[in-house]
Design a protein around this ligand. Structure first.
Ligand code: DGI
Length: 154
């Protein structure tokens, strides 16, 4: 069985404003992933620039920072087997227009610059832990067993 790990997910300002927090949380809960941290918060410019630092030289960077700081976000940490890869497969492609139906971006979005959700990149090893550390203190993450864990894993 794949190793259990934690991954970082965030409902972006468009998802919050469109009332999609519950829908998105439900998808991960239904899949069997375990919520171990959650924070409704506003991202300031410093945090936005650090979080999206890899895109600092891209033409869309300024718009991206303005968008992600424009309203509250819901930051989360989810835990489960191969969580980063599994969450990304549920999120879809970066561009909602290229995302298959059944994925979060494919079902809930239409535009690249308003793609509803962020999730750590499974192709960038360690990005999950870096992002969790950026948004959460250790004591904000809760260790517990879900009552259905014995039915989720062999
Ligand atoms: O990990 P992802 O969110 O799927 O994608 P990413 O890390 O490559 O890019 C971060 C965000 O930046 C992405 O969710 C939307 C935005 N973005 C990426 N490429 C473009 C873009 N925005 C615009 N306007 N144009 C782009 O080409």
């Amino acid at each position: 069985m794949s190793e259990r790990e934690r991954t970082f997910v965030m409902v972006k300002p468009d998802g919050v404003q469109r009332g999609l927090i519950g829908e998105i949380v439900s998808r991960f809960e239904d899949r069997g992933l375990k919520l171990v941290g959650g924070k409704f918060m506003r991202i300031d410019r410093d945090l936005a620039e650090e979080h999206y630092g890899e895109h600092a030289d891209k033409p869309f960077f300024e718009g991206l920072v303005e968008f992600i700081t424009s309203g509250p976000v819901f930051a989360m940490v989810w835990e489960g087997a191969d969580a980063t890869r599994q969450v990304r497969s549920m999120v879809g492609e970066t561009d909602p227009a290229e995302s298959p139906a059944g994925t979060i971006r494919g079902d809930l979005g239409l535009d690249l610059g308003r793609n509803v959700i962020h999730a750590s990149d499974h192709e960038d090893p360690g990005s999950n832990e870096r992002e969790i550390d950026l948004f959460f203190d250790d004591e904000e993450l809760i260790d517990y067993d879900r009552v259905d864990e014995g039915w989720l894993y062999e």
